[in-house]
Ligand binder design. Structure first.
Ligand code: MN
Ligand code: MN
Length: 466
């Protein structure tokens, strides 16, 4: 069976690149704790790398040509980056896709209340979380408050060392006899994820009110009224920066590795591409994967196809639905999402020959899904062969895996959505431990091999004849 140790596969002097790339990734992770922040940071890096806004170019009547570098952000929550290739767009693109939303705790629309001397924000969690993991630890609040006058207040509180943080309480062990007997799904329930945001009252109508004090602080500092929560998107996430793990600093603990550990190198591979590619290159960083790729910014929406329609019409000089279909159908895509890393502490849920092993490099999943591959893309063998060849020719440590033992569980990605166009799509990513926990774990060498794989794919993937 094919498997290389990704550390041993490194060339002379390559370790320094592993460490340097990890630092760039950590900076991206710390700058982007929400999908909106990831897009803001991605736009900043794209501009720095000479990318310009696609829609501005179109509005100005410019015609794109080979070598041009453009991006399009949509609703501030997803972004696409392109490097225009030499070949006709109808020959398809080499696409890297990943998602930038991560499991978290969202603040409700009518969230603010006072109880027992505390002011709270009521929440509704986002994505699949083990709720008991999110209590009794520092949280930061990130997001936007959109006011009726059309202005938007951007919030990020709890990341700076001097910032306060926020907190969800857990029951003390001394009184937890009943709680400890519950199943993990019920130990902390959804409606108990109430965030403590204050405890010092002011006098309101001669009575002490913590809520009134919080509201006054929000008004003074941010100009926000209680009603403004109705049109806000505020996400509670683990407070603090990503950190090196281990005496050897070989790993990173971070919030949101799923799926920024694929999104960042996907973007970086396109930004770092030098010269004019043969085929048009694309990175698409999407939102809403964790709740089923729904909504206007999820992969299931039309934003990608719409953007492609704009691009194809610009390159071809006219709007042709057939050209668009050909461009999409003939594309090749690495749909990148994290794999369940083999965890020796929980070995029983894995089938080791087909598990993603930390330190064994970038991971390909021919299929995902659950209960007999249901909901999966199941990539064509011909395309798997192409990807193998590209990786081997570039000396990349790679492995194949599936998500746990048959019928133990499962999960989906964006792969099947892009495959709807008829394009070749394979799931690619890297092993993560404690997926969807507040702090997830990855290996720096896997991240490096993943980035190298994406770079090689952008250069080497070609049309398949059918
Ligand atoms: Mn994911
Ligand atoms: Mn996920």
């Amino acid at each position: 069976m094919y498997r290389k140790n990704a550390w041993e596969a490194l060339a002379e002097g390559e370790k320094a690149k592993v460490a340097a790339f990890a630092e760039k990734y950590k900076a991206y992770l710390d700058a982007g704790k929400t999908e909106r922040e990831c897009v803001t940071e991605s736009v900043r890096q794209a501009k720095e790398a000479g990318f310009t806004d696609l829609m501005s170019a179109i509005r100005e009547g410019k015609t794109l040509k080979a070598g041009d570098r453009v991006y399009r952000a949509w609703m501030g929550k997803c972004i696409m980056l392109f490097v225009i290739g030499e070949k006709d767009i109808e020959c398809g693109m080499n696409i890297l896709g990943a998602h930038i939303d991560s499991p978290r705790i969202d603040v409700k629309q009518n969230p603010l209340y006072e109880e027992g001397g505390f002011a709270y924000l009521d929440t509704h969690y986002y994505g699949g979380i083990k709720k008991y993991q999110w209590v009794a630890s520092p949280l930061a609040l990130h997001g936007v408050v959109c006011k009726k006058d059309g202005s938007t207040v951007t919030i990020s509180i709890g990341e700076d060392e001097n910032d306060p943080v926020f907190y969800i309480s857990d029951l003390l062990i001394h009184l937890a006899a009943d709680q400890m007997g519950k199943t993990a799904a019920k130990v902390v329930e959804g409606e108990q994820l109430n965030i403590i945001i204050g405890s010092e009252p002011v006098k309101e109508k001669d009575k002490p009110s913590v809520k009134a004090n919080v509201l006054q602080l929000l008004k003074d500092k941010y100009g926000i009224e209680e009603e403004d929560f109705i049109s806000a998107e505020i996400e509670a996430v683990p407070a603090g920066k990503s950190r090196d793990v281990g005496f050897d600093r070989s790993m990173i603990a971070g919030y949101g590795h799923d799926d920024r550990v694929c999104a960042y190198p996907s973007m970086a591979a396109v930004l770092d591409y030098e010269g004019t590619p043969e085929y048009t290159l694309c990175a698409v960083l999407t939102d809403k994967e964790e709740i089923g790729s729904v909504g206007a910014t999820g992969m299931g929406a039309m934003y990608f196809e719409n953007t492609m329609a704009e691009l194809v019409a610009n390159l071809k000089g006219s709007d042709s639905s057939l050209s668009l279909r050909r461009a999409l159908q003939n594309s090749r895509m690495l749909s990148s999402d994290v794999s369940a890393g083999f965890d020796p502490n929980f070995a029983g849920v894995f089938e080791k020959n087909n598990a993603s092993i930390v330190g064994n490099g970038v991971t390909f999943n021919k299929f995902t899904g659950s209960r007999g591959k249901s909901g999966s893309n199941d990539c064509n063998a011909e395309f798997v062969a192409m990807v193998r060849r590209i990786c081997d020719e570039a000396d990349i440590a790679w492995q194949t895996a599936e998500l746990g033992k048959v019928d133990v569980g499962g999960g989906g990605t964006i792969a099947y959505i892009c495959a709807k166009y008829g394009m070749n799509v394979i799931d690619a990513g890297l092993p993560v431990l404690s997926m969807h926990a507040p702090w997830e774990l990855i290996s720096k060498v896997d991240l490096w091999q993943e980035y190298k794989c994406y770079c090689a794919f952008l250069k080497g993937a070609k049309e398949l004849e059918y």
